[in-house]
Design a protein around this ligand. Structure first.
Ligand code: HEC
Ligand code: HEC
Length: 431
């Protein structure tokens, strides 16, 4: 069951429900969005889903096992998350999730929450070992190397072969623009890199409706479209069914019988699902309007940009792309954008590797993270959680973890005079 009738393709009935849905948008919320759809979508992004069954049936179907009740819980103000703080007992972090290589009982992700009467799968833990890196000029930086685990396992031990990969939630602004970069452009960039031989980025390829597509969203570029990424979030993180992931029990395996047999919110009038395509479309419309401003412009610091290129960063963190034409999204079409990412996979070495391959991404492969807007929200809390598991607390730490294809760029950075290092970091924070 869900929020909206099945009116995906019909505008008028959709607008008719707008007043109802707008009532769900918190009063005084700062709308990044301009159109009605995206305002409704923002309400749905923030909506706290509840367990089925409910009398109103307006927002039920949560879980039975889940990580968080809303998108916004893990992507506060569209921003990214942070890992649990081992120094503060019981802290679960924000938007932090443990992916599994595919466990026969626990499935693809540890769900650390459950509706009433169900047992949680466990609580992710992180422990850090500190290491010191010394620059040639004597300055030192402390890095923290994480080890992840799960405590309070609810369904017996994990299988011996099950590997863990920790992820923090990425920032989600600019997604609509990244969605519109033509696949041919991504392939052309990979071809160029393979000719130039400096780095060796390649696209992840994942089947979608039986056709291999280039992935671009997620830390390992496992999702070809924004809508598909949103649908997986409903399934894995919130435990709700969508047209792409039809099981109402989300990530529960056949071994988790109580979860499979619990009340579900699927309903005939909503495409037989908990979340119909209409809702995905509205959330999509909201995400497409982020960011409102700022990082859409070319960086003003030209000298910083030259240093970024000379150090070897721009080889993967490609400054700009041009979006394709899409009549459905005229304001996002044919825009020169500055994400500072090629959106391709790169071998980043053993220091960052996991043992959870996804699509064609192996353990050492990660998608170049777009750097735009990196500091936009961090200013508020003054500390960063960078890289896929949030281990790096600063841009400097993040760079020092770069290995594999980025080894040369890391060395170049180490050898820069202190002033130039600071300059480069400032440039990245200003994107
Ligand atoms: C439990 C926390 C959690 C919840 C709830 C959650 N997400 Fe995420 N989100 C993540 C994590 C972690 C990732 C990175 C996944 C990966 O690649 O391993 C992610 C990735 C994404 C991305 C891709 C960003 C990029 O840079 O490629 C989008 C878009 C997104 N989420 C949207 C949503 C939407 C929409 C919802 C609600 C339906 C949602 N998320 C709910 C944690 C969460
Ligand atoms: C070989 C390709 C490559 C090169 C060269 C490279 N990077 Fe990266 N960068 C990546 C990938 C891939 C990631 C994601 C790694 C992860 O999360 O485990 C990343 C992540 C980052 C992050 C963390 C962003 C975030 O939000 O988590 C920063 C900051 C960064 N790079 C800056 C730089 C700078 C500065 C340079 C030059 C000194 C550089 N990178 C060179 C590929 C590269």
């Amino acid at each position: 069951m869900s929020a909206l009738p099945d009116t995906a393709s019909k505008r008028r009935p959709l607008l008719a429900t707008a007043a109802l849905l707008l009532a769900l948008v918190p009063a005084g919320a700062a709308f990044a969005a301009d159109s009605l759809d995206s305002r409704i979508g923002e309400g749905l992004f923030r909506r706290m889903w509840v367990a089925a069954p409910t009398a109103t049936q307006a927002a039920d179907g949560l879980g039975p096992l889940y990580n968080a009740r809303s998108c916004a819980t893990c992507h506060p103000r569209g921003g990214g998350g942070r890992p649990p703080d081992p120094a503060s007992e019981g802290d679960q972090g924000v938007g932090f999730a443990l992916k599994l290589s595919g466990d026969p009982v626990y499935g693809r992700q540890i769900q650390s929450n459950a509706i009433l009467g169900q047992v949680i799968e466990g609580r992710p833990t992180v422990a850090y070992r500190e290491e010191t890196v010394r620059f040639p000029d004597g300055e030192t930086v402390r890095l923290r190397r994480p080890t992840h685990g799960v405590k309070d396992l609810g369904y017996g031990p994990l299988a011996e072969a099950t590997a863990l990969s920790a992820r923090v939630s990425p920032r989600v602004h600019g997604m609509g623009l990244l969605d519109l970069i033509p696949e041919a452009e991504l392939q052309a960039e990979a071809d160029r890199q393979s000719r130039d031989g400096v780095v060796a980025g390649r696209p992840n390829r994942v089947p979608m409706d039986g056709v291999p597509r280039i992935g671009r969203f997620g830390w390992k570029a496992t999702h070809p479209t924004l809508a598909q990424q949103d649908a997986e979030a409903f399934s894995l993180d919130i435990g709700m069914s969508t047209p792409d992931y039809r099981e109402p029990w989300g990530d529960c395996t056949p071994a988790q019988t109580a979860c499979r047999e619990a009340h579900h919110g699927d309903s005939k009038q909503f495409e037989g699902l908990e979340i119909p395509s209409t809702v995905i479309g509205l959330i999509d419309a909201y995400l497409r309007t982020l960011p409102p401003d700022g990082s859409l412009e070319a960086p003003k610091d030209k000298a910083g940009g030259a240093l970024f290129a000379a150090t070897g960063c721009a080889a993967c963190h490609r400054p700009s792309y041009t979006t394709g034409a899409d009549p459905a999204h005229p304001t996002l079409s044919k825009q020169v954008i500055f994400p500072h990412s090629d959106l391709l996979l790169h071998d980043m070495g053993d220091g960052l590797a996991d043992e959870v391959p996804m699509g064609e991404a192996r353990g050492r492969d990660w998608r170049t993270t777009p750097l735009w807007g990196l500091n936009r929200l961090a200013k508020d809390d003054g500390r960063l959680s960078l890289l896929h598991d949030g281990r790096a607390r600063s841009v400097t730490e993040a760079i020092l973890w770069h290995g594999g294809e980025a080894e040369k760029a890391r060395k170049n950075f180490m050898d820069l005079p202190r002033d130039a290092r600071k300059r480069l970091v400032r440039y990245v924070l200003g994107l």
